[in-house]
Design a binder for this molecule. Sequence first.
Ligand code: WQD
Length: 340
Amino acid sequence: MSKILVTGGTGFIGSHTVVELYNAGYEVVIVDDFSNSNPKILQQIETITGNKPEFVQLDLCDEAKVKDFVAKNSDISGVIHFAAFKAVGESVQQPLKYYRNNFYSLINLILAFDSKVNLVFSSSCTVYGQPDVLPVTEDAPTKKAESPYGNTKQIAEEILQETCAVTPGLNVTSLRYFNPVGAHHTALIGELPIGVPQNLVPFITQSAIGKRGPITVYGDDYNTPDGSAIRDYIHVVDLAKAHVAAIRRLESGKATSNYEVFNLGTGKGSSVLEIIKAFEQSTGVKLNYTIGARREGDIEKVWGDVSKSSRDLEWKAELDLAEMMSSAWKWEQYLQENPF
Ligand code: WQD
């Protein structure tokens, strides 16, 4: 079976994707520098799948080392590129750190494969900004990102599209994630936020377990049914399966272009207050929250049109909000007993 390189494969979405690649019969080699993940995840993946992932610790910004790695791993048939910095707030404070890391790693990777490779790229619905029409489709206009992080995703997509246009051997699929949440049902892998979680669901689970105080709902004066902002939350396992589907499509030769883009969401929007209620209903844990001011840079509402993904990736999200919340809670409880 073909071997897939997963960069950032010990991270949140990367580790879940490695599990689904094994489930689909692929071999995997992980490259990571542990800048935003924990080495223990490798053991967790082995416990879940029975496979000990091949692993190389590597800084993808080091062009010579990336070239050497690829030259020594000529059996790699495809790449799923997760490795990137992704903290929106930090990117505002340290833009060069984000532009250097997120662009050097991507460009080094492509050049190391001599621009002849099947590459799945981790992008984000952030590229849409606040869409004018909902649900948002892949051909909606992208908008100037609110943060250097979002800008790195937008510019990376442009780099890939422009390069693919003149590089027939380079086949790329950009996957635009909506909001990934939840954890593997074994509760052996999940999200490992560093410091105070900026994202809603990890803050909820840490508040629920007593690690944090009450949740602040960032604004209840939006033009939405309950006033709180709406997002398209998708279970990380559904998201991981979509990456396997994207690799399969690239291998099948069914792609209609050597650069394709797909939305990865559920097609359904949920508000912050609805997420809080869904967590309470699925876990039985009462949450404390207060209503605060809107967060700088947040958009009001977004959810994805996923008809193109369903048709061309032959993939659909299957896990509901209850499973997203209960799996996130099980993982938080696991972490309390087994701190990383
Ligand atoms: C969701 C909603 C907040 C925390 C970001 C990135 C995106 C992707 C996912 C990487 C918003 C509200 C949050 C809290 C709250 N990251 N909220 N109280 O901002 O939609 O997306 O993370 O790929 O690219 O932009 O996700 O989870 O931070 O916020 O009310 O304590 O929850 O205002 O409405 P976001 P989020």
